[in-house]
Design a protein around this ligand. Sequence first.
Ligand SMILES: *Cc1c(COP(=O)(O)O)cnc(C)c1O
Length: 425
Amino acid sequence: MSVFYEQLERDYKIHKETIKIMEEAYQLCQPHFEKIVEKVDLNQYKVLRAFQNNNISDFHLNGSTGYGYGDQGRDSLEKVYANVFRAEKALVRSQIVSGTHAIAIALMGNLKSGDEVVSATGCPYDTLLKVIGVHGEDGSLIQSGVKYKEIPLTKEKGIDINNVCSSISDKTKMVIFQRSKGYAWRPSFSIETLQSAIKAVKNKFPQVICMVDNCYGEFVEEQEPIEVGADIIAGSLIKNPGGGIALTGGYLAGKEYLIEQVALRLTAPGIGLDVGSSLNFNRPAYQGLFVAPHVVGEALKGAILAAKYFELLEYPVLPLYNESRTDIIQAIELQSRKLMVAFCRGIQRACPLDSNVSPEPALLPGYTDEVIMAGGTFIQGSSIELSADGPIRPPYIIYIQGGMSLSHIKTGLIFAAEEIRKIKG
Ligand SMILES: *Cc1c(COP(=O)(O)O)cnc(C)c1O
């Protein structure tokens, strides 16, 4: 046993069996870690080139105040993002409060009363249901006169592209795809899968806007959705592209005319992109983007390790450790509320901040079921840092993601498994 494991056993009374299984899982994962490194190399190079192409310099890292007129740091950051995602234009702002907000303004900026939006990937992420307004929520799309259609996934949990295409009418303005599984037990949709689905829509309906919720997908594969035909993408800076360093914010990237509509919605008509002070947002946003490919690589290795470890512990996992990935999420079916709470207690125990608190299920704004969340993170709610969460509902699936170093994720997994062992014996 290595000194690291000996110290864990000594300091935290971790059971020998919990450690032995981790040693085994880690060995089995080694060849798969190698493949991650190749992707990190490519994405790191992509980001480096985007910085250099835009001549980013020390002064770009400073922020502006007030209206933020002529904020070159802000404007260049958006050029770097546009370059990284191969988009005409990007909007990257601290005033975008979350991933949900980024997606919401993509929809609200580009849909008006009478337009129709089709979800091609079944039920969207929990918080988006309220944005769409499936229960008539105040301020929602449906309340403002937008029509919504949801195309369920096939029995095999794939995109039902024939059904998507046949549901498109002359009122359909936008089709939305969700790359990551979110809180669903389904495979995440790879860039290749998104490519063929978008192509099928565009072949028949070239005028329909294809939007991808890119949350958790950034820098996992070699390409991003715009490169395979998406018109607009959105995501959160406290997930992958912020690299765990960005303090807050969201981004959108895509066709210029779409991004401009979004900007009018984010700020105000007549103002759009040209205002918005960056305060102290720019420096960490640049640095976070720069380290993001590496950090995503660590998170991916951690997800692979989580898959193998919990598979050895005899829980259903999705994806399997040796399956290809398009996001950083690892789902583990724990089969009871008690074990979800125990798992989260273990993850929390391994965090650098608030390691002494015990996560409890609670109702959160935007969610329908109670949710449990673990993550003693430097950035509040950051899920590119090591974190675990999930809605408390059968079959009690915990979603683990993030972690800025594989070593830390490994420690977290051992603690989570140990909490479960204490309950199950
Ligand atoms: C996290 C997430 C969102 C929403 O992001 P928040 O920042 O939590 O609002 C939307 N879609 C998917 C797939 C996500 O993972």
